[in-house]
Design a protein around this ligand. Structure first.
Ligand code: BCO
Length: 571
């Protein structure tokens, strides 16, 4: 029972109608730095007004479907109204204020978009999180951010309740559900009674907008805080070149709403161009459903992690010549040149790479009309100045391995994160001379194309997920069989890398069946933290390589795993 589920076509939706292109709708230049910017009022309400002035026929802003055949279609007018109501729910019914934090942990349901936009309208800082999280992950996020509110669904509400008493700042729990739950506010009923009149805040571009939790080599995930510049960046002409979306385009980004890729791809990018955002609720990932969806709906552009394209190519689906698909973009992990070429051959549509992080948004890519060099992530996208730097922040010449850096001095470009919240030390560690150091290694060629090589630290990138080894080691340490463990990446043909745990067993477990123990440890990790982090490979060892101070030398384990070959060579 979605409040707004419809089964018919959207009013006034004419696929063949003339359109304004995103390019014509440009209002800013690459180097503009407006003092004030708000994605809701400057972009969404802009398109609503354009439609109301009859400058283009109404088109769906959002088109949501599920496997049961339900669908939701909203015009920009409806999106504006619903998100204004949501803003009133958040501020009036829930009493949240500008600067408060709201954890937003929902599957792909339309409410996610309303709340994200409602937060932007009110200046409430939203913190997206994947629904794979477990109670402990949620507790950490609520405590670290001192969140005043959380919004989630039935599945995670009990997990939240199990830790809520340890979160003194938490005063609002909002539920998206058909049932009521004690201690929780029912979002849909609040929405029904909320007024559609709301005045958007006049946010400064440098005011905080969103926080993403992102994993690092050590410790728990860091809070990468972004201002409204993240949304503004997508409005500048150079960034529009990446996808060159037109208002008639239908754009599908498959990323889970917990990641920055979804905030950009499932919200900012398509709506900046006045295009239709397509969403499939995808409760479980199944390549067959992706292929069927591309056959069934008039999707023109698709953005997904490389693993999605790879998994489709690895299965035999017959023809992949989708009727309306024109262009695909990928990011989040490396894509092999042969995979890119195979996709292009089989579908007849280009598949380009882009690159970015939770800290940076998309910072380079092969633009839609740019010549693609298979295996390269494309070129820097203005106004970012992306260079390959050494450990002191010196710019390296072409074809020399170094770290990917983005110039932040003398002026920090809009779009890059503000800081790791509450962690000036870790923020400072990312600064290297005049650059933000991504920690990713690459080379740049004479033409400015960037070639990814791998991480320069212990962070694991599996299927597009950034995984901190310490998070997995800590989860393993909670199991009585584990005396200690070292967690590193290991090559994998589908996931690029997977998490591998080298485990030293506690003496009383030495005689246990190893296959059973492996399964048990995997299930244990899945039960105490978000399951995407679980070690897909486990090896039992008698000791771990250590430094003289007793620190586990993950680099030795990694070398063993990758057979002494560097990660890029192995790919
Ligand atoms: O493979 P297994 O079956 O053994 O385990 C899977 C799931 O079955 C399991 N699981 C999931 N939910 C669970 C659960 N187990 C218990 N309880 C639950 N509630 O855990 C494992 C999770 O692994 P997965 O998520 O990789 O699963 P799957 O189905 O293989 O998903 C495939 C993809 C492609 C959907 C997934 O890997 C994916 O979404 N990858 C892309 C990530 C992404 O979007 N990255 C972008 C980050 S943003 C960025 O990079 C910056 C760019 C500007």
């Amino acid at each position: 029972g979605l409040l707004w589920a419809t089964n018919g076509a959207c009013r006034g939706f004419h696929p063949a109608s003339p359109h304004l292109s995103g390019v014509e709708a440009r209002r800013w230049n690459d180097h503009d730095r407006p003092k004030e910017f708000n994605f809701a009022s400057d972009v969404l309400d802009y398109w609503t007004q354009v439609e109301e002035e009859g400058k283009r026929p109404p088109r769906p802003a959002l088109w949501w479907v599920n496997e049961q055949g339900d669908q939701v279609k909203w015009s920009f007018r409806e999106l504006t109204d619903f998100s204004r109501r949501t803003a009133n729910v958040l501020t009036q019914a829930c009493g949240l204020r500008q600067g408060d934090r709201l954890a937003l942990i929902l599957p792909r349901v339309p409410e996610w978009w309303l709340v994200a936009i409602g937060c932007i309208r009110t200046g409430i800082i939203f913190m997206p999180g994947t629904t794979q999280m477990k109670a402990k992950d949620i507790l950490y996020r609520l405590q670290a951010s001192k969140a005043q509110g959380i919004m989630t669904s039935d599945t995670l509400a009990p997990e939240v309740d199990s830790v809520a008493s340890e979160c003194p700042a938490l005063k609002i729990k909002l539920l998206v559900s058909d049932h009521s739950r004690e201690g929780w506010q029912d979002f849909q009923s609040l929405l029904k009674s909320a007024s559609p009149d709301h005045t958007c805040i006049k946010s400064k571009t440098l005011d905080p907008m969103v926080i993403f939790f992102t994993s690092g080599t050590t410790g728990l995930p860091k809070m990468a805080k972004h201002n409204h510049g993240l949304a503004f960046r997508s409005s500048v002409p150079s960034c529009r070149e990446l996808l060159q979306l037109k208002t008639s385009d239908i754009f599908w980004c498959l990323s889970d709403p917990g990641w920055i890729l979804a905030v950009l791809g499932s919200m900012i990018e398509p709506w900046t161009s006045g295009s239709t955002l397509f969403i499939h609720n995808l409760p479980q990932f199944d390549p067959k459903v992706i292929v069927q969806t591309l056959w069934k709906y008039p999707i023109t552009h698709c953005l997904a992690a490389p693993i999605v394209f790879r998994m489709i190519l690895q299965k035999d689906f017959g023809s992949l010549r989708f009727p309306t698909l024109q262009y695909c973009l990928t990011g989040g992990e490396a894509l092999l040149p042969e995979e890119q070429q195979q996709w292009q051959r089989q579908t007849g549509t280009p598949l380009h790479q882009a690159y970015g992080q939770s800290e940076t948004g998309i910072c380079c890519g092969t633009l839609k009309n740019m010549e693609s060099k298979p295996g390269s992530m494309g070129k820097a996208i203005l106004p970012y100045d992306v260079q390959i730097i050494d450990s002191k922040g010196n710019v390296l010449p072409p074809n020399t391995e170094g770290n990917i850096g983005i110039r932040i001095k003398p002026t920090k470009p809009l779009g890059i994160f503000m800081c790791y919240e509450n962690d000036p030390g870790k923020t400072a560690e990312t600064e290297c001379g005049d650059f933000y150091n991504t920690g990713d290694k690459a080379t740049i060629d004479e033409e400015g194309y960037i070639w990814f090589l791998g991480r320069s630290d212990d962070v694991i990138n599996s299927s597009g997920y950034r995984i901190g080894p310490a998070e997995v080691e800590n989860a393993l340490a909670e199991h009585p069989a584990v005396a200690e463990s070292g967690v590193v990446s290991s090559p994998d043909p589908t996931r690029g890398e997977v998490v591998k745990a080298f485990v030293v067993l506690a003496p009383q477990f030495l005689s246990h069946d190893k296959a059973k123990l492996t399964k048990e440890l995997q299930e244990h990790v899945k039960s105490v933290t978000a399951p995407y982090k679980y070690p897909r490979k486990v090896e039992f060892v008698t000791e771990l390589p250590k430094t003289i101070t007793g620190k586990i030398k993950r680099s030795d384990l990694r070398k063993k795993e990758w057979g002494q070959v560097s990660q890029d060579e192995a790919r």
